[in-house]
Design a protein around this ligand. Structure first.
Ligand code: SF4
Length: 322
């Protein structure tokens, strides 16, 4: 049975003004994105850097205001709420950043960093209670309690990411946006942090929006994948289906670009993408991928491809792959 929808974005748009000398321009960071995130699942957002995935993640949880379109959280439109109406929803949606060092205040101890959201929402009746709650969160993420009065610089990158995770789960959110949470870590540490995220998801019924450019990491952690190119969705679907048989030409190229450890397979002919990624200031008309797509036909440059359902998958292409 399908899990209930936790968050649903409909025709979401995020644009930024850009002043270039005397010229006023617009960055089309996210354009007409519709997607759903189901309770307890991990949906990965993938795509090359600059494709708008981080902006989309922040807009979905209202860290950035949407230009147009809606985001519903548990069926309520959070985009049109006042700050006051939105306040109870803020604690339900948290974020883990790529660089745990930059996101932790270097002048605060671990107790203050993890305890801050608890203090803001008055979840503890006393100082002792707060210390107890912080200690329990440290246990959960595997940081010894005796380090409670240490500062961020006294920890390794992996430990700092664990601190960021403890802070993010402090208020028992339902949804966590994980924005490239392991890209800054060594490979050996990456798997420990990914396993911790999986473990916490199981224990606490968390839902993740997992933003990454690393398709190996995404295959390990995600239930479903949403592929983005230049601010638009190309394709979404269950992870195994999408990796085994991509329907969108861009997904296929992303998957073919994964380094192949087997030298016999390495020599197989691969089609590589030509040309630069177009600018989000002046994106191509029609399908935004048409300037790089070897399957492009005339219609691709003039008409935006509609969303086609293929079983559990959605693909935005005039000529999906077989
Ligand atoms: Fe390629 Fe056309 Fe499909 Fe775009 S719509 S991915 S240009 S075939």
């Amino acid at each position: 049975m399908e899990k209930p929808v936790l968050l649903e974005a409909k025709h979401l748009v995020k644009e930024f003004p850009l002043v270039n000398g005397r010229k006023k321009q617009t960055v089309h960071a996210v354009s007409d994105v519709s997607l759903t995130i189901r309770q307890g699942e991990t949906l990965a957002l993938v795509g090359e850097s600059g494709c708008g995935k981080s902006t989309l993640g922040r807009t979905l949880i209202r860290l950035l205001p949407a230009t147009s379109g809606t985001v519903e959280f548990e069926g309520k439109d959070i985009t049109s709420m006042s700050s006051r109406e939105f306040a109870p929803y803020r604690r339900q949606m948290q974020i883990i950043f790529q660089d745990p060092y930059a996101s932790l205040n270097p002048r605060m101890t671990l107790r203050q960093i993890i305890g801050e959201p608890l203090e803001t929402y008055h979840t503890a009746a006393s100082r002792q209670e707060l210390t107890k709650q912080v200690g329990a969160l440290m246990d959960l993420v595997g940081i010894p309690r005796e380090f409670m009065n240490r500062y961020p610089h006294q920890f390794s990158g992996g430990q700092r990411q664990r601190i960021g995770i403890a802070r993010a789960i402090a208020l028992e959110p339902k949804l966590i946006v994980c924005d490239e949470p392991v890209s800054a870590l060594d490979v050996s540490i990456q798997s420990q942090v990914l396993n911790l995220l999986k473990d916490l998801q199981e224990k606490r019924g968390l839902t993740y929006l997992f933003i990454s450019h690393d398709l190996g990491v995404v295959r390990f952690i995600a239930d479903r994948v949403c592929v983005m190119f230049l601010g638009m969705v190309c394709e979404t679907g269950p992870t195994n289906q999408l990796y085994e048989r991509p329907l969108h030409p861009y997904t296929r190229f992303l998957l073919e670009a994964i380094p192949q450890p087997d030298p016999n397979l390495r020599s197989q002919e691969k089609q590589l993408l030509s040309g630069e990624i177009p600018s989000p200031v002046n994106p191509p008309s029609g399908c935004r991928f048409h300037t790089r797509c070897p399957y492009a036909k005339e219609i691709c440059s003039s008409q935006t491809p509609p969303c086609t359902d293929r079983g559990e998958r959605q693909v935005y292409c005039h000529f999906p792959l077989a």
